[in-house]
Design a protein around this ligand. Structure first.
Ligand code: MN
Length: 747
């Protein structure tokens, strides 16, 4: 609602010409600075002179000198009684962007705090909002607020936007839509959030006027007509209210109010009402000395006119999030018109109109800092407490932000989409927030074009790009640093299902292999004809489903050979006899460990296949597979001593395995390099390894380095045994290397 001095007064309408004329004069600004000291006013004058010179020759769209704009912005900030630094910054707010002034120069001339404010404003200007993506406006708003390190930056920004909106008619018409909708979606709600209600209403009305010029005009006419029709009636109400309060034991200030055109329009639009159906266009505000007086005034009014049921709201007991406090009630006045009344104290009124800025208004009115206890708003009170303790605007703002916003950081995708993430979230959380497919396949990431580790914590305003690779899979180590539940559960889910499907696949391979050794070509199909057969088999193994059975086989919980033998018996019962030829060749093949039926390894296996840490086999090594109990398939070198001992006592758990011709990755193995001690030896050896394309994944330095020679133990990832030979050859040629060999457990 726009406050008007009395009901009969014309509506508040910005008089552009007059406003600009006033703004053009710096003298008009200085007249508003009486709350500042003489030396502060002097500093502001210096900032003005500098800005005036910097903008010299630049013109606003209406032909006036550009400096009229910064002066108007500063004048608005002076209305809010902002401090001298803020006023200097508002005068200088466009010099970095428009005149190329450097931050260093601003620091030198006006000090770091003013330069920081101007820099903050310039950075906010660079944020581009794409209003086509409507659902992003809330995030964008929050981000704007979160990014400003000082609330004064936001206030100056709002003053800047207000003046630009007041002069929007000078700008070419095709720009109205974009600027006005940005104002209504971003800046007006920020003003509202911060409790700057006057600014909020003004921004909305100005935006409405330029978004829907035609409707605006019609509505303005209707309101003006209705106002003159209701004039007598409203004057009568005012007189009756004044009369009844004349007997009250406290002083009251009564002011008529009128709904803004935009809020009338919104109400008509939302509730599908005609103008005549919008009944609460008029209202009164009663400002009283104390909180108790608010409730007393409410009682007095309810005796004067009948209240409309369900319309009473106690925003004193429960303030709005932006600190707003008042009692609201709607009464049935003369001629049955509904009239809204608001009761509040003077400090509540200050907060209601100026919100966050009330903090400076209050300080300006109470330079001694006393009497703060009279402030109605607890929210504002807590802000003032902080301010008294710290006198630091940045800390003050941090406190407001904690009150206004949940713990969040706002970051961008490379396409400019905004993502809200909890504080502490990492690049991986971000990737999963985009899509689980992106998260699962993330390989590397960059922030602002620079490559960063995946565990990097996100900061406000980061532009985060994630690179994916379709063959990449989640790393279990991510679980140790991700912050969001979404990322955590997606990673867990992936690892679990991967383990599951891989075990099923391996189980199927193993069972087929064992069946062939029994003379049966392939697994019986899981169809109607074989239903009874499978049911019998499941009863034998104690599994509920075939998938579960195959998983168990894959994980080594059940031995394929035993299951296969049972299956052969069951198949025999239905007349399916083993193939004698297949039987003999497979038996022979199995004992000779040829490729027939062997499990092929290409490095794509995940958790169901492990490469033994004792011998660390490489492609090219002869290998055997051991089905460990419950741990899946473990691959050993065939000459590995550990494997040999296992084979001796548990031979039926060994199966044929084979390297695939094409592998998808390198495999790790251990090498020992004996070097003569000396400076930079490790670096020399490492560089030989790197040149030979051996990726070092672990280094273990031998003890007793006082000796002439030391053993360096490396774990390296290599393609195959040929690659290993090449690496060892190169190592032996290096100066300080005495010996280089592959490390294997004793046979
Ligand atoms: Mn500006």
């Amino acid at each position: 609602m726009t406050p008007v001095s009395s009901i009969s007064a014309p509506p508040l309408k910005p008089n552009h010409a007059a406003a600009n004329a006033a703004a053009a004069s710096f003298a008009a600004l200085t007249a508003k600075l009486d709350y500042l000291s003489a030396s502060e006013i002097d500093q502001i004058r210096r900032a003005y002179r500098y800005a005036d010179e910097a903008h010299l020759g630049q013109l606003r769209k209406n032909g006036e000198p550009y400096i009229t704009h910064p002066i108007a912005v500063a004048a608005q900030c002076a209305e809010w009684k902002l401090d001298a630094q803020a006023l200097m910054a508002s005068l200088l707010h466009d010099v970095m962007e428009d005149c190329g002034t450097s931050k260093a120069e601003l620091i030198e001339r006006f000090g770091a705090p003013v330069a920081e404010l101007v820099d903050g404003l310039t950075k906010l200007d660079k944020l581009q909002f794409n209003s086509r993506e409507e659902n992003q406006s809330e995030s964008f708003r929050k981000m704007l607020l979160a990014m400003a390190r000082d609330v004064r930056v936001i206030l100056i920004k709002l003053a800047d936007r207000s003046h630009n909106m007041r002069t929007l008619s000078d700008v070419p018409r095709e720009k109205w839509q974009r600027i006005a909708s940005e104002t209504i979606e971003i800046y007006a709600p920020i003003a509202h959030r911060l409790g700057l209600n006057q600014t909020y209403r003004e921004l909305q009305d100005l935006a409405f006027q330029h978004l829907r010029p035609w409707r605006y005009r019609i509505l303005a006419k209707a309101v003006s007509k209705s106002r003159s029709r209701r004039r007598d009636l409203l004057q009568k109400v005012q007189q009756e209210v004044e009369a009844v309060f004349a007997e009250a034991p406290f002083k009251v200030r009564i002011a008529g109010r009128e709904k803004t055109l935009y809020s009338i329009y919104r109400k008509m639009d939302f509730k599908h009402l005609s103008f005549a159906q919008v009944t609460d266009i008029y209202g009164f505000r009663i400002v009283v000395p104390t909180v108790t007086d608010c409730y007393t005034a409410l009682g007095i009014l309810h005796q004067l006119y009948k209240p409309v049921p369900g319309k009473f709201k106690d925003h004193i007991a429960i303030p709005k999030i932006n600190g707003y406090q008042s009692l609201h009630t709607t009464l049935v006045g003369p001629a049955s018109i509904n009239i809204e009344f608001q009761m509040r104290t003077e400090p509540m009124h200050m907060v209601a109109e100026a919100g966050v800025a009330a903090h400076w208004l209050y300080k300006a009115n109470h330079p001694d800092g006393g009497g703060a206890d009279r402030l109605g708003s607890q929210w504002l009170q807590s802000l003032l407490d902080i301010q008294d303790e710290t006198r630091d605007s940045a800390e003050f703002w941090d406190h407001i932000k904690i009150d206004l916003f949940p713990d969040a950081v706002y970051v961008f995708t490379p396409k400019g989409q905004i993502m809200a993430m909890p504080r502490g979230a990492t690049v991986i959380d971000f990737a999963y927030a985009i899509h689980s497919n992106v998260g699962d396949r993330t390989v590397t990431a960059s922030i602002g074009g620079e490559q960063v580790p995946l565990r990097t914590e996100l900061k406000n305003g980061d532009v985060v790009a994630v690179e994916t690779d379709p063959t990449s899979t989640p790393n279990p180590a991510w679980l140790s640093f991700v912050r969001t539940g979404r990322a955590r559960s997606k990673i867990r889910h992936y690892l679990k299902t991967m383990a599951q499907t891989e075990s099923v696949g391996l189980g199927e391979k193993l069972l087929t292999q064992s069946l062939r050794a029994e003379g049966i070509e392939r697994l019986p199909l899981q169809d109607q004809t074989n239903q009874l057969l499978w049911e019998k088999l499941l009863r034998f193994t104690g599994n509920r489903t075939v998938t579960e059975l195959l998983t168990d086989v894959g994980l080594g919980k059940r031995i394929a050979g035993i299951v296969a033998k049972r299956l052969v018996v069951l198949l025999g019962e239905v007349g399916h006899k083993p193939d004698a030829v297949l039987l003999s060749t497979e038996r022979y093949a199995a004992s000779e460990a040829t490729t027939q039926g062997a499990v092929l390894l290409d490095g794509s296996e995940n958790s169901s296949v492990k490469y033994a840490s004792c011998c660390m086999p490489l492609p090219g090594d002869g290998i055997v597979g051991y089905l460990g109990r419950g741990e899946g398939l473990v691959v050993h070198c065939e000459d590995c001593g550990v494997a040999k001992r296992l084979q001796h006592k548990d031979s039926e758990r060994f199966i044929a395995v084979e390297w695939a011709d094409e592998r998808l990755r390198n495999f790790e193995t251990r090498i020992v390099v004996t070097v003569s001690n000396g400076k930079g030896v490790l670096a020399q050896v490492a560089s030989v390894l790197t040149k030979a394309e051996a990726d070092i994944t672990h280094i273990d330095m031998g003890e007793g380095s006082a000796d002439a020679a030391t053993d360096l133990r490396f774990t390296v990832a290599l393609q195959d045994t040929a690659h290993l030979e090449n690496v060892l050859r190169n190592l032996k040629r290096a100066g300080p290397v005495l010996r280089a060999y592959r490390s294997k457990p004793a046979a």
